[in-house]
Each structure stands twice: as structure tokens, then as C-alpha cells.
Design a protein around this ligand. Structure first.
Ligand code: ZN
Length: 176
């Protein structure tokens, strides 16, 4: 049984908690943490990092699907693309939450997306801060950012995601 993702996941979890705290403080503490937001926050930042990355009683393919609970959405590129490289530009950017802006206009969906967007934002910030030589892959081996350019990509997208989060917050406040 391996817990390889534990510390990385734990750090992502803590940074996410900090982001939510600051986001709520910046709103003058008027925002309540709802279960919908919490679900989004966990999927976006660290997922269920405290679980082992494989369960011995599951088959190989069941373990594959199980790992979608173990890795946050940004790191699903490992599962879906399975290459030797990591940090695909679609999962490590503001693209997915921006796309979700076109989703249903109800409050529940907006709250889940609000959590998800803050979660991914915090995930990217910690990726940028914690990796010695980050890599953002557009097309493996052909088109990628590394080092400072990758770090800049992650920080710019962190900021963009906070703006997207604000759109979801307003939407959650105005719709039912
Ligand atoms: Zn990541």
C-alpha cells in the first residue's frame, strides 16, 4: 500500500484552507461555507489525499477508477493521459472553471463551482510555489513551458481563477 500522494495532498489541502479563509475574509466574513462549496473545494485542491493510492481488495481497473477520488481534478491528467509527464495545460489553468461558467444557472451548481474554482486556484499556487522546476505541457515534447514561464503560467491562472470564483460567488448570491 502506498501513500505517495499524502504529503503533497496534505499541503494542497492546507493551502486551500488558507485561500478559502482569505476569500471569506475579503468578503467581510459574509460568506458561509456550505457543503456544496466544500465538495468543490476538495475535488479542486487535494481530493481524498489521505486514502492510500491503491486498495488491495480492488481489481486493477477498479483501482483506476478509485484513483479519481484520490487525486484532485488538476492531477487527473496523470490518470487520463497516463504519460511520463505531468501538468497538462487544460487541467492546470483557468480553462475548466471558465468553461463551467456556461453551466446551469442554479445556486447549488454555482456553489460547487465556487468551491472548485477556489480549490483549483490554490492547487496551482502551491504547484508553482513548491516545484523546483515546474513544467506545463501543451503538447508532449513539442510545446511546453518550463521554469519561470511555467511558474508565471500557474500564478497568472491562479489570479484568473479568483476572478472566475468571484463570478460564481455573485451568481450563487443572486440565483436560487
Ligand atoms: Zn497539480
Amino acid at each position: 500500500m502506498s501513500f505517495g500522494y499524502f504529503w503533497d495532498g496534505f499541503c494542497h489541502f492546507l493551502v486551500c484552507a488558507l485561500f478559502v479563509f482569505v476569500f471569506i475574509k475579503a468578503r467581510g466574513g459574509r460568506e458561509n461555507l456550505t457543503w456544496e462549496m466544500l465538495v468543490g473545494l476538495i475535488i479542486g485542491s487535494s481530493s481524498l489525499f489521505f486514502l492510500p493510492n491503491k486498495l488491495p481488495f480492488l481489481s486493477r481497473s477498479e483501482n483506476y477508477y478509485y484513483q479519481f477520488w484520490h487525486y484532485p481534478i488538476s492531477d487527473w491528467d496523470i490518470l487520463l493521459l497516463g504519460g511520463p509527464w505531468h501538468r497538462f495545460f487544460i487541467t492546470h489553468s483557468a480553462i475548466i472553471p471558465t468553461f463551467l461558467l456556461y453551466g446551469p444557472g442554479n445556486r447549488r451548481f454555482a456553489l460547487i463551482c465556487l468551491g472548485l474554482t477556489i480549490g483549483i486556484s490554490s492547487h496551482l499556487a502551491w504547484d508553482a510555489y513548491s516545484s523546483a522546476n515546474p513544467l506545463i505541457v501543451f503538447y508532449p515534447k513539442v510545446f511546453y513551458f518550463k521554469g519561470f514561464a511555467a511558474e508565471l503560467w500557474l500564478y497568472v491562472n491562479t489570479a484568473a481563477l479568483l476572478l472566475v470564483a468571484e463570478v460564481f460567488r455573485r451568481r450563487a448570491a443572486t440565483c436560487h
